[in-house]
Design a protein around this ligand. Structure first.
Ligand code: FES
Length: 173
């Protein structure tokens, strides 16, 4: 669960970037006519796009006969949902108790400095999103970060540049 987020106050203030809405068709078909499927629809939508785009909310509203404002309310209530586009690599820094006492704030600061991005934001090149989260479930490795599915544990601040360099090198940067 993410522990920091910045929400706009209204549906109309959501970013409206063009996405391929055809990617939603299979998901909408799967849940067509099923009551109580809003959360599943939104989880599936986030799996497709990495976040819940504004235009996807509108399409779900039309096809599943749900109001945009109800969907928006759910998306902004639950911290599992993202409302902004994310980077290719999502970096989660654990700030659970075990990681916090092992200097997780230092790790976040090192990442903010290395990536030149705020906590909770995405780099301008859309490569990295930095998030603070609660326990990632591998406290023995504290302090821990994940980069997409990869786990990096027992980190020191000085490890951060080479970790970022590794992911940039995968992109030929
Ligand atoms: S507190 Fe960080 S993994 Fe559990």
């Amino acid at each position: 669960m993410r522990i920091k987020r910045k929400n706009p106050s209204r549906f109309s203030t959501l970013p409206d970037e063009p996405v391929d809405l055809n990617l939603l068709d299979e998901l909408l078909e799967k849940y067509a006519g099923k009551q109580g499927s809003m959360i599943s629809l939104l989880q599936g939508t986030q799996e497709i796009y990495g976040y819940v785009p504004k235009s996807a909310i509108s399409k779900i509203s039309q096809k599943a006969n749900l109001s945009e404002s109800d969907i928006f309310g759910v998306v902004t209530f639950y911290s599992q949902f993202r409302i902004n586009p994310v980077g290719k690599y999502i970096i989660k820094v654990c700030h659970g108790t075990a990681c916090h006492v092992q200097n997780a704030p230092d790790i976040t600061y090192a990442l903010m400095t290395e990536l030149n991005v705020e906590d909770g934001a995405t780099t301008d090149d859309r490569l990295f999103t930095l998030e603070s989260v609660s326990c990632l479930g591998c406290c023995g490795l504290a302090p821990v970060i994940t980069v997409n599915e990869d786990v990096h544990g027992k980190l020191k601040r000085s490890d951060i540049p080479k970790i970022i360099k590794h992911y940039k090198s995968l992109e030929g940067i």
